[in-house]
Design a protein around this ligand. Sequence first.
Ligand code: FA5
Length: 362
Amino acid sequence: MAICYNLPVFQMRHLKVMQAVEDIEGKLVRWLDSISRALTFHELELIKVETIGKSGVLTLAFKELMHLSIDDKKLFGERLNRAKNSIESAIANRLKHIEILTITEKLKNETLDITLPVVNGQFGSLHMITQTVRRIRDHYHSRGFLVLDGPEIESDFFNFDALNIPKHHPARQSHDTFYLDGLEETLLRTHTSCVQIRTMMKMGLPIRMISIGKTYRNDQLDSTHSPMFHQIEGLVVDRKGITIGHLKNELKKFVATFFEVDEVDIRLRPSYFPFTEPGMEVDCRYTKENGRLRITKDGDRWLELGGAGMVHPNVFKASGIEGPAQGFAFGFGLERLIMLRYGISDIRVIFDTDVRYLQHYA
Ligand code: FA5
């Protein structure tokens, strides 16, 4: 409708706004259609700027309302608001849709085609820890051991008390423990011996199991210590007939498989672990050839591998084992074994992300 310029001012304003509102309502279908077909955030932004943006046609029309009578304000205000609401909700809906489209497209482009040929002949490889864990698991599986897991976040009870290490026992000092903030008596396990207790409580006798997993101690990182390391725990228990001889035999078999040698010589040296009686340190014979370590039964030196012993009666008691019980347990540090086998002199190499190491030891 054309505006007639000899009308009074208030009527002219009325007509101007009415024309603007009709214009907007006429274009609304086209805008909504463009919004519903927009494929990018940019396209949506352009429509928003044209309509409800700072200088958009609807915003300007709203500004004109203030010059109108109350009735006109109400009438045109309602019509403008209806148009504005439908534009806003259409934009919001389309925005969600475009977000999904964008993510889907991104995922499609990031898909890894595993059928593509390998570039430069560079294959991935298993980390030495994974390789070693698998080898040790295979060895014990073949000897009829169950492979069990335990939680890394433990209670004081399983990590210490049940293993005959009550509060204020000096042995707690040698395990510099990470306690969890705000959780009383909850800690990161300092050794895998807690799995002994959990297994005895759950399974009863007889038991023939190993457990391999992460352990944590507040030790300074240096060439032989890491605050996070892995341990292998072994436990064999029955009502009777399990002796130190069985322990020694099992250790010999493990060392021979692990170091891929036919014969090994093992020495059990008296030591103290509160959860064993007697407790012992496990050494094995080796020799050094051209600076490299070689495990051999004729070696002239002894290498320390870990701890072992016969399970202490207090441990059976804490685990709820009633009646006669006899058994042995052992515990080794996985990284120390890896260092010996691969000839690594610094434990940090194992945790380093240097691809050259990973490729070298693959
Ligand atoms: C123990 O942890 C006993 N639970 C082992 C055991 C099990 C004894 C069953 C008897 C019967 P020990 O604190 O010595 O013992 O630790 C065992 C091995 O973990 C050590 O011989 C060493 O190889 C490894 N180890 C200990 N602390 C660290 C560390 N910070 N970094 C890397 N390896 C470590």
